[in-house]
Design a protein around this ligand. Structure first.
Ligand code: ZN
Length: 353
């Protein structure tokens, strides 16, 4: 099957020093447009065939670009701008005006971001001395993202998002393709183009009870140490509890409601949250609220995983801040609301959208 070619995407991303890769890069990289996986459409041949499998896989819910991500350690095997190494996606798409100012578009994370005893330090190389307002704003947004992160001295490790252990295999793709075909439901999930697919997918899986919560794992006879919700410690962890009735999530929803100037949220099930936007007036407001709800699902699941797998301490304020700032970055970039400022967003003033 054609999807065995996907392993070359994985190798292209994770094996930066290979000779074959440098050849592909040299031949296919266009001088003017940048892409994390380059292809010149005018050039037929094996590399274009490999590149072209991304589209049918995307239609089957496998986003090769988004699913191959780096956990940055020493930053020596990850491109700063071109690779995906934060939840937000690659910086060249997120901060396009700032990327224009970069001298070395394919620089490594290690070349731009160093650590010192005083904290993170950055070595920028801009083509101009004065970035100008738009690029300067994007730099500030990027620093917010970077200042919340830490890195180690270990080599970068590349992660395949569709497997819990992160390792890529063709069998894994087969499995994902198989499960997509099997899960027909009569409900139609409403996607939102202002947030990345992998964000919406959390809510989509949650609604179908297809997230690996402790109770879901126990049902499948997977050994779990206990079934308690890690955010409250009081109830068993099901999707319904985690996203709807847990007091941690309840506080998130009520705070989001007052920020968005909605009525207090009364939700009995996930569907009440996923249809929350329907009663708002105006298509842009509706779409914005729906996007925020999807980001909140993703963020709650993320904090849950950080507690389960990395012994993090859940911090309600941080989760709420994360939802607001992530939603801002995605919505601003993906809805092309260029004049939406952070100040307006913080007050949920959408008039400039
Ligand atoms: Zn709970």
């Amino acid at each position: 099957m054609v999807y065995v070619l996907a392993k070359w995407w994985w190798r292209f991303k994770s094996e930066k020093s290979g000779l074959w890769r440098r050849i592909v890069w040299a031949i296919h990289q266009k001088a003017r447009t940048w892409n994390d996986v380059p292809v010149k459409n005018a050039m037929s041949g094996p590399w274009r065939n490999i590149y072209n499998i991304s589209q049918p896989l995307l239609e089957a819910n496998i986003d090769l670009k988004g699913a191959i991500t780096s956990v940055v350690g020493n930053g020596q095997n990850t491109y700063f701008w071109l690779d995906t190494w934060t939840e937000l996606g690659p910086f060249y798409l997120l901060f396009p005006d700032l990327f224009k100012m970069e001298v070395h578009k394919d620089c490594l994370v290690a070349e731009r971001w160093t650590t010192s005893s005083a904290g993170p330090a950055f070595n920028w190389a801009w083509v101009v001395t004065d970035l100008g307002q738009v690029a300067e704003d994007q730099l500030q947004q990027m620093l917010v993202v970077l200042n919340n992160r830490s890195r180690s001295m270990a080599p970068d490790s590349w992660i395949w998002q569709h497997e819990a252990n992160g390792s890529f295999s063709v069998a894994s793709i087969k499995r994902v393709l198989g499960s997509v075909g099997r899960t027909r439901t009569d409900k139609v999930f409403e996607w939102n183009s202002w947030v990345p697919k992998k964000i919406g997918i959390v809510a989509w899986r949650a609604e179908m009870e297809r997230l690996p919560t402790k109770c879901a794992l126990a049902r499948r006879n997977v050994a779990v140490p206990d079934r308690w919700c890690v955010l409250c410690g009081e109830y068993e962890e099901t999707c319904d509890h985690l996203f709807v009735s847990c007091h941690y999530s309840q506080s998130i929803w009520q705070n989001l409601a007052s920020w968005c100037r909605l009525q207090p949220i009364i939700a009995f099930g996930m569907n009440d949250l996923l249809t929350l936007h329907a009663s708002s007036l105006g298509p842009r407001k509706r779409k914005t609220i729906q996007a925020i709800v999807l980001v909140a699902f993703w963020s709650i699941w993320k904090v849950r995983n950080e507690v389960v797998f990395r012994q993090a301490v859940p911090n309600f304020t941080r989760t709420l801040d994360e939802i607001k700032s992530m939603a801002y970055l995605w919505i601003k970039n993906r809805s092309k609301a260029v004049s939406l400022t952070w100040e307006d967003w913080s007050r949920f003033n959408l008039t400039s959208m």
